[in-house]
Design a protein around this ligand. Structure first.
Ligand code: GDG
Length: 466
């Protein structure tokens, strides 16, 4: 089998040959172990010279490099996280555009391609991950790299009306078309991309389903990322640690709601806190009987919009608890810390509700993890935003609109009262979906399509180029 070369913005840290847990890291690590290969990307160091470092563990070589402060500011903090992230999550209001940052983004992609080139063998398959690396394939082609190159977008793809807010959208999308295969989380994302290609640049859908635009012929497919349900069940069942601290506060068993998100405005935390407060106001019988645990490790804390949302949440949490807490009851536990994966899965299993309400999310692995962690005989209920990619598969969740505060409060009340038989039915249905599209399926389907893709003759593609 040809070697696999994975390129992601951050290379998952290696601890004694084990990568950190999490969808991308686990899925990619297994694929690399099967075929052998290289995992290439940023080490996370800033200020260091972009010296390439490599470490081989088994048949996987981890190749990392640092970024200069300027590269970090322009490529990572700037264009990736202050332009692409908000726009791709439909948040024009939070986006900024700076031409120098865009130039830095292109420059770092070109630099990374140059550093990768000497490591490649002719039959290697290259798999690129996420929005930081859209122009990577084009940079490779300019260096004469002929290998098959695929791209998976972990975040949503916005409709053309939103995408075109990015001033160099046309140039950016042109670079994306240099991939042989482009993977999306949902059909909605794939259609938005196809819409851009066909309407904005008069690209063509070929008879075989491939697309031709900007002189390139390529495929776009849907590969929803999944989890490893048995591994999650094992972790959750095996967790013998303390139960929720709030259960100790009273002899009575309080019902619990859990949410776990990186502290990001796309995750809908402000709206979720508001909905929880309105739930306690509108259904006072639940007061003192329910507690909400929100775990939200800080992320990208040097980007201004992230500082702002953090302040907003601190103020909301303080207000809610100040107004409603009692001597023996704290309604909201808001923790800006990260926890060991085993602890998280254990907490998921103990919680009566998984409250997953992003305003927009590529997939949302937490939703799938919460379901997979449940005890099938007495499962909790997933309350899920219709705007998470996961809502396409987990149709037996209580689907909510995160902009509808009262609707979310109603769903919490319904979930807490739901009879056991209904909880079991919904859970069994969701588990079937989770097993049908697990992490192995995501990786295997993408790599199968990338390996089998045969590009159409260039002459035909050139003719259709606009
Ligand atoms: C992007 C897309 C897409 C969270 N806190 C802790 C912790 N986590 C783990 C969760 C889960 C992962 O991090 C988060 O994944 P999500 O999918 O929920 O969200 P993003 O980080 O935004 O990921 C998203 C994903 O890529 C994959 O394609 O689904 O839409 O935005 O696994 O459990 N893990 C530990 N401690 C924590 O405190 N150990």
């Amino acid at each position: 089998m040809s070697r696999l070369i994975v390129v992601s913005n951050r290379v998952a840290p290696i601890r004694a040959g084990k990568v950190a847990a999490g969808g991308l890291a686990v899925g990619v690590y297994d694929a690399l172990r099967q075929s052998g290969g290289i995992w290439f990307g940023w080490s996370g160091d800033v200020g260091a010279s972009p010296q390439v470092q490599s470490e081989t563990v088994g048949n996987i070589t981890y190749v990392t490099l640092g970024l200069t402060k300027r590269d970090y500011d322009q490529y990572y903090r700037g264009f990736s996280n202050a332009t692409l992230w908000p726009i791709f999550h439909y948040r024009i209001d939070l986006a900024r555009y700076n031409r120098e940052e865009y130039d830095g983004y292109r420059r770092v992609n070109a630099m990374l391609a140059e550093k990768l080139k000497p490591l490649l063998k002719p039959d290697d398959i290259i798999w690129i991950h996420d929005y930081h690396l859209i122009p990577f394939a084009e940079a490779c082609r300019q260096l004469g790299i002929r290998n098959r190159i695929g791209f998976f977008l972990h975040i949503p793809f916005p409709p053309p009306e939103i995408l075109t807010v990015i001033p160099p959208h046309n140039e950016l999308l042109k670079t994306l078309c240099y991939y042989d295969l482009i993977g999306f989380q949902t059909e909605t994302d794939r259609l938005a991309f196809q819409d851009y290609v066909t309407r904005e640049v008069r690209g063509v859908i070929e008879a075989d389903g491939s697309l031709t635009a900007y002189g390139q012929n390529f495929r776009a497919g849907v590969y929803p990322i999944g989890v490893v349900p048995d591994e999650i069940a094992q972790l959750a069942e095996g967790y013998k640690g303390r139960t929720h601290p709030m259960r100790r506060a009273s002899d009575r068993r309080r019902q619990t709601i859990i949410a776990v998100d990186r502290l990001d405005y796309s995750k809908g935390l402000v709206e979720r806190f508001r909905a929880y407060e309105s739930f306690l106001d509108n259904y006072p019988e639940h007061r003192n009987n329910v507690e909400f645990l929100q775990i939200a490790p800080t992320s990208r804390s040097d980007v201004r919009t992230y500082q702002h949302i953090r302040e907003q949440l601190e103020s909301q949490a303080g207000h809610l608890n100040g107004r409603l807490s009692d001597l023996d009851w704290t309604p909201l536990h808001y923790l800006n810390k990260s926890y060991d994966r085993r602890v998280l899965m254990g907490l998921f299993r103990q919680a009566d509700i998984g409250f997953v309400t992003p305003l927009r999310d590529g997939m949302n692995l937490v939703a799938k993890e919460y379901v997979a962690a449940q005890n099938p005989d007495d499962p909790g209920v997933l309350v899920l935003s219709r705007f998470a990619g996961a809502a396409r598969e987990l149709t037996s969740a209580l689907i909510v609109n995160p902009y509808d505060c009262i609707g979310m409060a109603e769903a919490l009340d319904r979930a807490l009262r739901m009879p056991l038989a209904e909880r079991r039915d919904r859970h069994a249905h969701m588990m079937r979906a989770i097993r049908a599209a697990d992490l192995d399926a995501w990786r295997d389907n993408f790599l199968r399509d990338l390996r089998s893709f045969v590009s159409r003759p260039k002459g035909r593609a050139q003719a259709a180029a606009s």
